[in-house]
Ligand binder design. Sequence first.
Ligand code: BG6
Length: 478
Amino acid sequence: MKTLPNDFLWGGALAAHQFEGGWDADGKGPSVVDVLTAGAHGVARRITDKVEPNEFYPNHEAIDFYHRYKEDVALFAEMGLKCLRTSIGWSRIFPNGDDSEPNEAGLKFYDDLFDELLKHDIEPIITLSHFEMPLHLAREYGGFRNRAVVDHFVRFAEVCFDRYKDKVKYWMTFNEINNKMDVNNPLFLWTNSGVIVEEGENAREVMYQTGHHELIASALAVAKGKAINPDFEIGAMVSHVPIYPYSSNPDDVMLAEEMMRQRYFFPDVQVRGVYPSYALNEFEREGYTIPFLEGDEEILKNGTVDYLGFSYYMSTTVKSDVVADNSGDIVNGGLPNGVENPYIKSSDWGWAIDPVGLRYVLNRLYDRYQIPLFIVENGFGAVDEIVDGKIHDAARIDYLKAHIEQLKEAVVYDGVDLIGYTPWGIIDIVSFTTGEMKKRYGMIYVDRDNEGNGSMERMKKDSFDWYKHVIETNGEAL
Ligand code: BG6
């Protein structure tokens, strides 16, 4: 029987701002997440103008990986991780974003971290921008509304590519570049792009204008990276939440098809190097002005990605003859025609649990793009309880097991080219959407609560040994 390839990259995924802490250590500047307060399920995180002395910002200290990385990397090694996906805090390297020289202490931190990982045979998989734009670029330049920020990003990318060219092979430009297609949640445009939509503006037009600059920045970065090291594998990274038709009613099917363009728009450009016709038609129909400059077509063509990384947590469903009530707890992704899927249960945070959806997504993405895929986020955010000094996180194991079964089907049966699998938040970290600690994904527990109390001590959950064995057997023993 066929199995997963021997070089399949089993790993874990994290993002600098959610676990490093040390938000102002060694010259780091504030980033767009350093002004995000704590929220909760159904309570949005606020964006403050600057770092206010009397506010609590959960990312500032996070789980203090910045000072404990050796201890944590040793635990990752004990788990047998073959790779670790993380990001480089942009404002650690360029505190303001437009500084003439990079911050050497910031660069050195990642040198040390990558050396520590490599010492344990853990390959670093690096996202350049995972919601960590320097606050100065957002406040003074208007974030990616401003073409000048493209140059600042490309400079940052170039400095990182050059510095870590012998330590990092797999890169991604922007994390979940497409999540801002949901323009109803201001968190996404702020963290992706450093942008706040003003009263009277058309949010969707702003999103596309900003998005164009990010697509250009991504393409320029890919070209620079390839020039620095032709062996680099540079990918895009998207959030992939499939949208199912509620029924076989052709109107439901067509609605789902049309809505899926929200998921496909960014990777369509990053993989194919051209804008898709449905988007060009939308710009014309709606009268949107996209800041295309002469030469941009060439830039996009010359900066296509080598692989597509994506996050998969859940699926959503739409029905053509309903208008969704998105006022309360949202289980349908906030889509205007979203409905609950009667075949699927949800987590405590309303995220639909749909393992078969992962196989479906792998097939759809591979059919569409025919380039290698990488599942760089997947996981189960849940409350963990300590009972007699142990954490029996059976629900997390069940979730991961069911998803790994489906990815195996996609690779072994369907023939999808999949580089690896890095479950999200391999160690407990601060939740992105809510800022909570209690929404835990980790296989390693961290003693810290929503208010920032706790010893920060690390402790293995049951899933730690389970995942270790999965890796040892290359996914055979689930
Ligand atoms: C993805 C992000 O959207 O989902 C991560 O890339 C995030 O940064 C993850 O943490 C899970 O979301 P949350 O809100 O549960 O932390």
